[in-house]
Design a protein. Structure first.
Length: 181
């Protein structure tokens, strides 16, 4: 069983988790938002390591070192993208992502974390900033994906999924999602 925790904070300042998740794009370049925070505190090496593994398809992820972050790993989850092939993937109207893409990202992150030996993973809300995906729907998709992964992988080493959120609205959305199901 994977415990789910919710907290408000800076994803780049979560010293008690083994891996943190970057809300990435398919090219794996780190711009603003979550990616910018991780790059500022973790250093350029994180982006270099990620970019060397890209581009990747929507819904996929790659793992890098944590650079100067207090975390051992950063897992870059491509919940949105700007390439021509990304445009062909169906998305929720008015957004740059979909429930299917976000769920796939969560599953892939957990798979990579498991393979690396991580016991805890810190997630931001994926695709809700510049991606425009609704926070309530994102919360339910992400919480459900963690639960489904844990149910399908009884041998998982992951003990905690920590949702590190910005703002009261996001915190309420994830709290509500954890009460459902």
């Amino acid at each position: 069983m994977v415990d789910i925790e919710i907290r408000t904070g800076d994803i780049a300042a979560q010293a008690d988790v083994d891996a943190v998740v970057n809300a990435a794009n398919t090219e794996l370049w780190m711009g603003s938002g979550v990616a910018g925070a991780l790059k500022r505190k973790g250093g350029q090496a994180i982006e270099r390591e990620a970019r060397a593994q890209g581009p990747i398809p929507l819904g996929d992820a790659v793992i890098t070192s944590g650079g100067n972050l207090p975390n051992r790993w950063v897992i870059h989850a491509a919940a949105m993208g700007y390439r021509k092939e990304d445009e062909a993937v169906p998305k929720k109207p008015g957004t740059s992502s979909s429930a299917e893409i976000i769920a796939s990202c969560v599953r892939r992150v957990l798979e990579l974390a498991d393979q690396a030996g991580a016991r805890s993973v810190g997630f931001p809300a994926l695709a809700t900033g510049v991606g425009g995906f609704p926070i309530d729907e994102c919360a339910q998709v992400m919480v459900d994906a963690v639960r489904e992964y844990a149910s399908a992988h009884a041998e998982t080493r992951i003990e905690r999924a920590v949702f590190v959120l910005r703002g009261d609205g996001a915190q309420r959305a994830f709290a509500s999602a954890t009460r459902r199901g």
